[in-house]
Ligand binder design. Structure first.
Ligand SMILES: NC(=O)c1ccc[n+]([C@@H]2O[C@H](COP(=O)([O-])OP(=O)(O)OC[C@H]3O[C@@H](n4cnc5c(N)ncnc54)[C@H](OP(=O)(O)O)[C@@H]3O)[C@@H](O)[C@H]2O)c1
Length: 321
């Protein structure tokens, strides 16, 4: 089958098109014909091996998986003998260890049916970023109806879902993004948009929950815009050092939380099929919709990853083999 392949860590010039053997499913695995594969920030981290901490889990010397990509949507072509959740011919979405290919293997616990109202490309950009947003809002942020919520990085992959999910939970959302994307952020449900380049986050408003997805702001500045008993959820941010990539803030927040009145927490998202099904329900109810900026051909994977790595995509992009 055709696949994008990568033998070493490095920039997108490491990627090439190759022929690889068709995957064989394990007993609890599903083989999916890839109609679309989402590209997210994590794909860049796994391609470059940066920050170096990611190599502890994904290969010390070279990438553990030679085919990049996690997000996938497509049609089931084969199932392992113990799989009960889906059958051959069903349209699904999920996360694979290598989705930039004609076929991908998805463990049964990381798959869900594709919402009927979404194209394959839209469904392919839901899993990684949507799960992160759902778990940040529901579990780490414990957002309740009526909460004032600040989403920093509201126009990006995770943030575009976080604004919609928090709005669906009944929160009043303020989104932080560039001025050019203020209208986009409001169209997702935010009641207010803040331009990170020209406006101070601290304009007197105090938030019950701050979802910090971009900008690597110091914790003390984020705490200043929280209510006394508010919750800070650190999700991510780019541009930290090459070893930890800014994750020191997550560790500092967890260490500080027990001794302050606010809840300071960090998110490590989980690739859960049950949560993916919950996202599918939110789509079916018209409460969230993937913000798909554009699609690329499979052999344009390098271009697609560079586009996402620029940090200024409008929502999400996908490859369409
Ligand atoms: N914890 C986890 O489990 C987990 C899971 C997934 C992702 N992440 C991390 O979450 C982060 C965001 O991922 P993503 O896919 O959403 O990235 P993305 O698509 O590149 O989005 C970045 C967003 O940040 C905004 N932004 C850029 N500079 C900013 C600044 N100084 N202040 C405020 N906003 C700024 C951008 O706005 P403009 O485009 O308008 O400039 C854009 O909305 C990444 O670091 C990723 O690694 C963590």
């Amino acid at each position: 089958m055709r696949a994008v392949v990568q033998q070493q860590y490095g920039g997108s010039e490491q990627l090439s098109m190759g022929d690889t053997p068709e995957p064989v499913p394990g007993p609890r695995d599903v083989v999916v014909r890839v109609h679309a594969a989402g590209v997210d920030r994590g794909t860049w981290h796994l391609m470059t091996g940066r920050p170096y901490a990611v190599r502890l889990a994904f290969g010390l010397r070279r990438p553990k998986y030679s085919v990049p990509g996690r997000d996938v949507a497509g049609v089931v072509t084969q199932v392992g003998e113990q799989v009960t959740a889906v059958t051959v011919g069903e349209e699904v979405m999920g996360t694979a260890d290598g989705s930039f290919a004609d076929l991908a293997v998805v463990p049964e616990q990381r798959i869900a049916r594709k919402p009927e109202g979404l194209s394959f490309a839209e469904a392919a950009v839901l899993p990684v970023s949507g799960l992160t947003a759902l778990q940040a809002v529901r579990d780490a942020g414990r957002v309740r109806a009526g909460d004032e919520v600040l989403v920093i990085g509201a126009s990006g992959g995770v943030g575009s879902y976080a604004v919609q999910v928090a709005t669906a939970y009944g929160a009043r959302v303020t989104g932080v993004a560039s001025a050019a994307k203020a209208d986009l952020v409001r169209s997702l449900g935010a009641v207010r948009a803040i331009d990170y380049a020209t406006q101070d986050l601290d304009d007197g408003t105090r938030y019950d929950v701050v979802l910090d997805i971009a900008g690597l702001r110091p914790i003390r500045r984020l705490r200043r815009v929280l209510t006394d008993r508010g919750t800070l959820v650190i999700v991510g941010g780019e541009g930290g050092d090459r070893w930890l990539g800014g994750t020191q803030r997550q560790l500092a927040a967890l260490a500080m939380s027990p001794v302050v009145s606010q809840r300071l927490t960090a998110l490590m998202s989980k690739e859960s099929g049950a949560d993916l099904a919950e996202l599918g329900d939110l789509v079916d109810r018209g409460q969230i919709r993937p913000l798909l900026e554009r699609t690329f051909e499979l052999d344009e994977a390098a271009k697609a990853i560079d586009h996402v790595a620029s940090g200024h995509a409008r929502g999400k992009v996908a490859l369409t083999p």
